[in-house]
Ligand binder design. Structure first.
Ligand code: HEM
Length: 426
């Protein structure tokens, strides 16, 4: 299995930049990744030789064997310290998992995300005809919806201070600064081990800043959470929750809108329905359910994690779908091409077609593979889908939207991250 000996850190800088560039390009061109995935699904033994699985059955199998294929593969890219997603099961993992569930129970979605989406849409309607989808809309809808994660400590976290006067000075500028910081910390998880050293350095700087910020405010966070844990436990969870929650949801929202605008007929249908509903657009349950189905289908075509990695702690075998299992030497890594699994015709009927109302039958859990699978699946899955549904309903209430081409590129990237997506209200 070649991947086990593949070490990006050992590459000369030129080769590293080149492979990182290729990785980012593939991330933006999921159709190419899907084509590679189709080949690996057809000849799974080839993927097996390189430690890559692509068939839905194989991807699910790996994600369910949590002790044989470990989440510690994420650890090297967690620049602000250890957190749940990169841990093996154990007492710390269990305690952190309980805490994240408790914090997620405090969320009030879709009410909070609807409220902020409506507020931001009103601002956009009154403003210029062009706006940045990320900085002018998604960032805020997600931020507002996630506020209960830190509850009464939110201002202290954003100000990085327990000082009441500093917290009183929290304005949108400071909130934006905080969101930038967590974006680069999360970005390192997306960029993975191939990220150039410059990029990694920037993520580390932001990771250090995030840790220092949280270190100063563990008191108010403990109070908001109603717990008296050791400050290192509060710090680990607060740092982790900060970077894992917001940036990935915002980026997923941007990808959803990008995919939707690339499908003018689908957009027109949803837009016309929103228009005919008028004021009922926010309360019509059928419409919301349909928009939610669209969000999931759009995410299937543009998952933010088209690939997942796992460590192999000890020698084992891997079912790839080929006649013989692939050998996995301990100490190696394997890659799961989840985007290929999401399009596997053996599991997904009419897999290549955009079909929000597809009947997934017994494969319904696979529909959520963009959030992982099985025990280690994202605990915020349903909240995130609800938030993106609110955000999309809001955008559908605007006059028609298109990407603001013409003044340079409408979408600008920073590695695998989308920095901005300029939209025009027509
Ligand atoms: C659209 C938004 C989101 C997407 C696409 C997403 C995706 C994912 C994926 C793919 C995983 C599994 C990674 C793996 O198996 O290697 C994961 C895990 C996780 N996510 Fe999310 N996520 C999103 C939003 C959130 C939010 C809002 C939170 C807030 C708390 C969150 C918290 C977590 C945690 C704590 C884990 C680790 C779970 C574990 O290892 O037991 N995610 N997410």
């Amino acid at each position: 299995m070649k991947l086990s000996t593949y070490e990006p850190d050992a590459l000369p800088p030129g080769a590293r930049s080149l492979s990182y560039g290729l990785f980012c390009w593939l991330n933006r061109h999921t159709t190419v990744l899907r084509a590679i995935g189709a080949l690996l699904r057809r000849w799974p033994a080839i993927g097996g030789r390189f430690g890559v699985v692509a068939r839905a059955s194989a991807v699910k199998d790996v994600l369910e064997r949590t002790r044989s294929f470990s989440n510690t593969a994420h650890a090297a890219n967690m620049v602000s310290g250890d957190y749940l997603i990169g841990m093996d099961p154990g007492p710390t993992y269990t305690a952190d998992r309980d805490l994240v569930h408790e914090r997620l129970d405090a969320l009030d979605v879709p009410n909070a995300s609807d409220e902020e989406a409506r507020k931001r849409i009103a601002i956009l309607q009154a403003g210029e005809r062009t706006f940045d989808l990320i900085e002018g809309y998604l960032m805020w809808v997600v931020f507002h919806a996630m506020k209960p994660l830190f509850g009464s400590a939110t201002d202290a976290v954003v100000a990085g201070s327990t000082d009441q006067s500093a917290q009183g000075a929290v304005d949108e500028g400071l909130q934006r600064q905080y969101m930038l910081e967590i974006r680069y910390v999360a970005g390192q998880l997306l960029a993975g081990s191939l990220a150039t050293l410059e990029l990694r350095r920037r993520a580390e700087t932001c990771g250090d800043a995030l840790q220092a910020r949280i270190d100063r405010v563990t008191g108010p966070i403990g109070t908001a959470w109603g717990i008296k844990s050791a400050s290192e436990d509060i710090e680990r969870n607060a740092v982790g929750l900060a970077w894992i929650s917001h940036p990935v949801t915002v980026q997923s929202g941007a990808l959803v809108v990008q995919e939707l605008l690339g499908r003018p007929k689908v957009y027109d249908q949803l837009w016309s329905r929103a228009r005919s509903l008028g004021d009922r657009v926010w309360i019509d349950a059928d419409f919301r359910r349909d928009v939610r189905d669209h969000v999931l289908e759009l995410m299937r075509f543009r998952p933010i994690f088209p690939l997942l990695a796992r460590d192999v702690p000890r020698d084992t075998e891997l079912q790839t779908g080929a006649r013989q299992n692939a050998k996995c030497p301990g100490g190696g890594k394997i890659s799961l091409l989840s985007v290929a699994a999401l399009f596997d015709p053996r599991a997904v009927p009419d897999s290549g077609r955009f079909c929000p109302n597809r009947n997934w039958g017994k494969e319904d859990p696979l529909r959520y593979l963009m959030f992982g699978y099985g025990y280690r699946q994202c605990p915020a899955r349903d909240h995130a889908v609800d938030i993106l549904t609110s955000a999309l309903i809001g955008l559908l209430t605007l006059p028609r939207l298109q990407l603001a081409r013409g003044e340079g590129k409408a979408i600008s990237y920073d590695g695998p991250l989308m920095l901005s997506m300029r939209m025009r209200i027509t």
